[in-house]
Design a protein around this ligand. Structure first.
Ligand code: AMP
Length: 153
């Protein structure tokens, strides 16, 4: 029998990822699973191939703590006491950090949006979602916004 003990929900604070979070919360409640919420602060690779360091300077520990709190507050007040939730904030390339978090924590399922902040309607699935589906060590449930209709090119 499949038992979901740990669920990972990547959140970029877009409408679609917050919609996916509702599914993740519901599944976590039904399965009594630990729910990890991850947000990745995107870093960029410059022409020299070095990870730009300025992000580190801009984001101090206080801001990272604020992001963790923000993640936790996405879970509705009335549900929060009934669910074990752990916020994760990482810096890096979103799909890499999401897959790494799933591996390190041996999660049973990833629940994420099909689209993110760009919300491009002509694409079937966003690049972060596509890469996570390809590389994840576990099943991935990708959730589309009901209003988001894919129009054939
Ligand atoms: P995208 O592939 O960028 O259109 O986003 C698809 C989904 O990937 C979003 O709905 C989120 O679930 C997840 N995602 C995208 N970017 C991030 C990020 N920086 N941190 C956490 N999750 C993300």
């Amino acid at each position: 029998m499949i038992h979901l003990k740990k669920i990972l929900c990547p959140v970029d604070f877009s409408e679609c990822s917050c919609h996916a979070l509702r599914y993740a919360i519901d599944l976590a409640l039904k399965e009594h699973a630990l729910l990890y919420l991850i947000h990745v602060i995107e870093t960029h690779i410059n022409d020299m191939g070095d990870i730009m360091k300025h992000i580190d300077l801009l984001l101090d520990n206080k801001q990272i703590d604020n992001l963790r709190t923000h993640l936790l507050h996405l879970v509705p007040d009335d549900v929060r006491p009934n669910i074990r939730t752990e916020p994760i904030v990482e810096k890096g390339i979103p799909f890499v950090e999401i897959v790494k978090a799933a591996k390190d924590r041996q999660v049973d399922l990833i629940v994420m949006g099909t689209h993110g902040r760009t919300g491009l309607e002509h694409i079937l699935i966003g690049s972060v979602a596509e890469r996570v589906i390809q590389k994840a060590p576990c099943p991935v449930l990708s959730i589309r916004l009901p209003k988001h209709v894919f129009s054939m090119p």
